[in-house]
Design a protein around this ligand. Structure first.
Ligand code: NAX
Length: 327
C-alpha cells in the first residue's frame, strides 16, 4: 500500500474547511488508494481552536480507512512541516467599513507569514493552492515569500469560476456538463474573470456556433458567472462553501493525477504567456500530467477577448501594487 502524504489545510474550522476535510480524508482528492495525514491550521484563538477539535472528533467518527493521521496547529511553522500539499483556505474576510487597502494589507501579512513557513519547512515538491481571497494576490504574495521553492508550486483557485461556467453552458445548450471540453477562464478570481467558450466543444462541435449569440455571452453568461458568488450570498446568507470545497478538490486532484489531455483552469504564475507580465498569478487554461500543469499556448485572442483579458489583468496589477510594499 502507498505511503501516506501530508496535506495541510488552513482555515480548517471554517465553512469551506467543513466541506473539504471529509472529502480529502475519504480519498476524493488524491485517490482511493492514497492514505493522508491532515495537518490542520487555525488561528491561535480559543474559539476556532475549540471548533477545530470538534471537526477532528467528527473526522475520527467517520473511521476513514485512508486517514492515517491528524494534527491541530496554531502556527504555520509546525502545520506546514514536510507537507506535500497545502490548501490555504483561511484568510481575513472583508468586514463592513473596511477599506480595500486595509484588507489587502491584513491578508498580505498572513500570506507573507505562510509563504515563509512553507519556504522553511514544507516538502520541496509541495503543491500549494490558495483559496482565501483575494486568492490570486494572496498566492502571489506567498510565492514571493518562498524564494527557495519553485514558483510553479504556487497556484490560485479559479476552478469554481470554471465549474460555474461549465454548468451555465450545459444549461444553455441542454447538453451534459461532462460533455463540454476546452473551456478556459482567464485572469483574476473576481467578477472581472473572463470565462471563454470560443474553443469549447461538445462531441466535437463548437459550443460558440451552437449558441451563436454574442449578446448572451456578454450580457448574460459573463455577468452570471462573474456575480455568482454574490448571488449565492444573497440566497444562502453565507458565501459559497461546498462548491468552493468541491472546486479545491477538483483543482488538486487534476494537478496531482492528471487531466488526460483535458483542459481545466488554474491560477498559475505567468511566464509571459499571452502577454501577461511574468509572475502574475493569472487564470489560464492548462492540462495536467505527471504532477505538472502546462499552460495551453497559441490560442488566438480576438478583440473582445483581449479587452476582457486587459480588464482582469489591470485589476490584478492594481492588487499587486497595493501589497508590493509589504514584501
Ligand atoms: P470562514 O470565515 O468560514 O472560515 C475561515 C477560517 O479561516 C476561520 O475559521 C478563521 O479562523 C480561519 N483563519 C483566518 N485567518 C487564518 C490564518 N491566518 N491561519 C489559519 N486560519 C485562519 O470562511 P470560508 O467561507 O471558509 O472562506 C474562506 C476563504 O475562501 C475566504 O477568504 C473566502 O473569501 C474564500 N473563497 C474563495 C473562493 C475562490 O473561488 N477562490 C470561493 C469561496 C470563498 O468565498
Amino acid at each position: 500500500s502507498k505511503k501516506p502524504v501530508r496535506v495541510a489545510v488552513t482555515g480548517a474550522a471554517g465553512q469551506i474547511g467543513y466541506a473539504l476535510l471529509f472529502r480529502i480524508a475519504s480519498g476524493e482528492m488524491l485517490g482511493k488508494d492514497q492514505p493522508v495525514i491532515l495537518q490542520l491550521l487555525e488561528v491561535p484563538v480559543e474559539g476556532p481552536q475549540k471548533a477545530l477539535k470538534g471537526v477532528m472528533m467528527e473526522l475520527d467518527d467517520c473511521a476513514f480507512p485512508l486517514l492515517a493521521g491528524m494534527e491541530a496547529h496554531s502556527d504555520p511553522m509546525t502545520a506546514f512541516k514536510d507537507t506535500d500539499y497545502a490548501l490555504l483556505v483561511g484568510s481575513m474576510p472583508r468586514k463592513a467599513g473596511m477599506e480595500r487597502a486595509e484588507l489587502l494589507s491584513i491578508n498580505g501579512q498572513i500570506f507573507i507569514g505562510q509563504g515563509k513557513a512553507l519556504d522553511a519547512v514544507a516538502s520541496r515538491d509541495v503543491k500549494v493552492l490558495v483559496v482565501g481571497n483575494p486568492a490570486n494576490t494572496n498566492a502571489w504574495i506567498a510565492m514571493k515569500s518562498a524564494p527557495s521553492l519553485p514558483r510553479e508550486n504556487f497556484t490560485a483557485m479559479l476552478r469554481l469560476d470554471h465549474n460555474r461556467a461549465l454548468s451555465q453552458l450545459a444549461a444553455k445548450t441542454g447538453k451534459p456538463v461532462a460533455s463540454i471540453q476546452k473551456l478556459a477562464v482567464w485572469g483574476n478570481h473576481s467578477p472581472t474573470m473572463y470565462a471563454d467558450y470560443r474553443f469549447a466543444t461538445i462531441e466535437g462541435a463548437s459550443v460558440k456556433d451552437m449558441i451563436n449569440d454574442h449578446a448572451w455571452n456578454k450580457d448574460v453568461f459573463l455577468p452570471t458567472v462573474g456575480k455568482r458568488g454574490a448571488a449565492i450570498i444573497e440566497a444562502r446568507g453565507l458565501s459559497s462553501a461546498a462548491s468552493a470545497a468541491n472546486a479545491a478538490i477538483d483543482h488538486m486532484r487534476d494537478w496531482a493525477l492528471g487531466t488526460n489531455g483535458g483542459w481545466v483552469t488554474m491560477g498559475v504564475p505567468s511566464n509571459g504567456e499571452y502577454g501577461i507580465p511574468k509572475d502574475t498569478m493569472f487564470g489560464y487554461p492548462v492540462t495536467c500530467e505527471g504532477g505538472k500543469y502546462k499552460i495551453v499556448e497559441g490560442l488566438p485572442v480576438d478583440e473582445f477577448s483581449q479587452g476582457c483579458i486587459d480588464k482582469t489583468l489591470a485589476e490584478l496589477v492594481g492588487e499587486q501594487d497595493g501589497v508590493k510594499h509589504l514584501l
